[in-house]
Design a protein around this ligand. Structure first.
Ligand code: AMP
Length: 268
């Protein structure tokens, strides 16, 4: 497995590749959700590169950035074990140089509402870094998790204009046996908290069939010490491995001071 710390070194390698290239951008603290993206990329593409970069620009709270789990050694061990070809590990000044002239794309209308409301500046930060990474890595296909549903929509929106030849794949959410969506942030939950957090998927699954029960959902989550920020139905148009999805229920909230998001998508 090759490690790249600079764009320059990466460029040389990229130019030498004859196979198709799959790209999985991450912020590290890897778990089986990330690996699901990697496995799909490996199945579909000749070579796979994973980036690990904790992007300061997408954290709207300094405290969240400081507390974000960092497990680099373990991440590299895992990526090597699953047969990733290359890892891009830039330092912050490599992505955002001092005299920065890169003209980054801006998020479109898909960034309005939900995360866009509760995390001001978040999608500007996401698009800023993902645009740079697309530009430098030059993948044929990039893989994103449905777990961050609005992020998938925002990325597809800007990339369809700036990178029309880039294929963007949305990969279904990997969950614990309890239904809890895997997330790097789960590492910060207590064992009890992880049990309680399974209520989120329970509520989303119920709302899919009983949409009038939002208030029940919010109250039920509160009995598990989960404070809901939003719990809403959403109309979407998302092509997934399982086909076209046109409906979603999306959730964001806090448990043990940790912000958790999840969603379910379906066709009706
Ligand atoms: P992150 O490191 O949190 O930025 O996530 C990197 C990528 O992994 C993003 O595309 C996420 O949507 C995706 N991802 C995170 N958690 C999961 C999960 N439980 N299942 C599938 N994909 C995930």
């Amino acid at each position: 497995m090759k490690l790249f710390f600079t764009r320059d070194k990466w460029r040389g390698y990229r130019e030498s590749l004859e196979e198709t290239l799959g790209f999985v951008p991450t912020m590290g603290a890897l778990h089986n959700g990330h690996l699901k993206l990697v496995h799909q990329a490996k199945k579909e593409m000749g070579k796979v590169v994973v980036s690990i970069f904790v992007n300061p620009k997408q954290f709207n709270k300094a405290e969240d950035l400081i507390n974000y789990p960092k497990t680099l050694e373990n991440d590299l061990r895992i990526l090597k074990a699953v047969g990733v070809d290359a890892v891009f590990l830039p330092i912050t000044s490599e992505v955002y140089p001092k005299n920065d002239t890169y003209e980054s794309a801006l998020p479109g209308t898909n960034a309005l509402g939900l995360e866009g409301d509760f995390r001001p500046g978040h999608f500007e930060g996401v698009v800023n870094v993902v645009d740079r990474l697309f530009h430098w890595m030059k993948p044929d296909t990039a893989y994103f998790g449905q777990k961050d549903l609005q992020q998938c929509m925002v990325i597809k929106e800007f990339a369809s204009v700036k990178y029309p030849n880039l294929n963007i794949v949305t990969v279904a959410t990997e969950r614990e046996n309890t239904g809890l969506a895997m997330s790097s942030r789960n590492m910060r939950l207590s064992e009890k908290g992880r049990e309680k957090a399974s209520a989120i998927y329970e509520v989303l699954s119920r709302l899919k069939d009983f949409p009038q029960e939002i208030q029940w959902g919010i109250n039920y989550l509160a009995t598990k010490d989960i404070q809901t920020e939003y719990l809403e139905p959403l109309e979407i148009e998302l092509h997934t491995e399982a086909g076209l999805m046109n409906r979603a229920w999306v959730f964001a909230g806090y448990l043990e001071n940790i912000r958790l998001i999840d969603n379910i998508i379906y066709y009706r």
